[in-house]
Write a protein that binds this ligand. Structure first.
Ligand code: ZN
Length: 265
């Protein structure tokens, strides 16, 4: 793992809204047997068919810039959805080709994932500047591979609340945290029947508490969501209220991840 010391480069309250467009690739990486489970995969279809259009409409209505990190395999499976994201003026970033974690691969396999993902995404956008790995997981070669393939930023690390430049790689980091992700609070599958699904109201309270504290420090909130998770009706309602609340905070800047990273290079 990268042991370089981060260097803070930015001090201003910021909100970056990110959506990890995980469809079938997520479930196939969890278990290849899921290819034969239409019920499991229907959750992915919900994300593509119901949640993505709802999110795009909400972001447009509230004038919220957003970045969608897309698996290359899902882009090939759902080209019209990725076209709709690009046509809406939203940023498209890299989220692997499959949804397998980089630490499970050799450097050669990981590079192939990066190259294949770029090829798939370049059918929809000219520039892919950002990388978010599946599950925010890195291998020992990841930062070097990102630099080699011309990425401008990573949004994967949990070692800061301010954006920073990686000391030994020409990359900006836009830090994340599980607190500000929808999956830890809402994720459910049949391997974990003992897990309680949180209510949207509970998660709204967690997000607001953490976001307000980060902004008081002049830091960055990188909100991270997944269409098939945040796209349930009660959660979309909560998201709308959260974004409206954030929009009302004076001095808060909103941008895509790519625009923020470009301003820091
Ligand atoms: Zn993902």
């Amino acid at each position: 793992m990268d042991e370089e010391m981060p260097v803070d480069v930015h001090n201003a309250a910021q909100l970056v809204v990110t959506v990890d467009f995980d469809a079938e690739e997520l479930w196939l990486a969890e278990d290849p047997e899921n290819a034969r489970r239409p019920g499991v995969l229907s959750q992915a279809r919900y994300g593509v068919q119901v949640a993505v259009p709802a999110l795009l409409a909400m972001f447009r209505e509230l004038d919220v810039p957003a970045t969608f990190f897309v698996c290359g395999g899902d882009a090939e499976r759902h080209p019209h959805a990725v076209d709709a994201i690009a046509a809406g003026g939203f940023e498209i970033g890299h989220h692997g080709f499959s949804h397998r974690s980089p630490h499970t691969m050799t450097a050669e396999q990981e590079e192939a994932e990066i190259v294949d993902g770029l090829t798939a995404l370049h059918r929809h956008t000219d520039r892919v500047a950002g990388y978010r790995s599946p599950s925010w997981d890195f291998g020992s070669s990841t930062l070097g591979l990102l630099q080699r393939h011309g990425f401008a930023y990573s949004s994967n690390m949990m070692d800061a609340v301010h954006p920073y430049r990686h000391a030994e790689h020409d990359l900006v980091e836009l830090p994340v945290h599980w607190l500000l992700d929808d999956a830890p609070h809402f994720w459910f599958d049949t391997s974990s029947w003992d897990k309680t699904i949180r209510s949207a109201g509970e998660v709204a309270a967690i997000w607001r508490e953490e976001a307000a504290a980060i902004w008081d420090l002049g830091g960055l909130v990188t909100l991270t969501m997944h269409p098939q998770i945040i796209g349930r009706p009660s959660r979309l309602r909560m998201l709308r209220e959260f974004l409206t609340w954030a929009r009302g905070r004076s001095g808060l800047a909103l941008s895509t991840a790519g625009d923020l990273a470009a301003s820091l290079r």
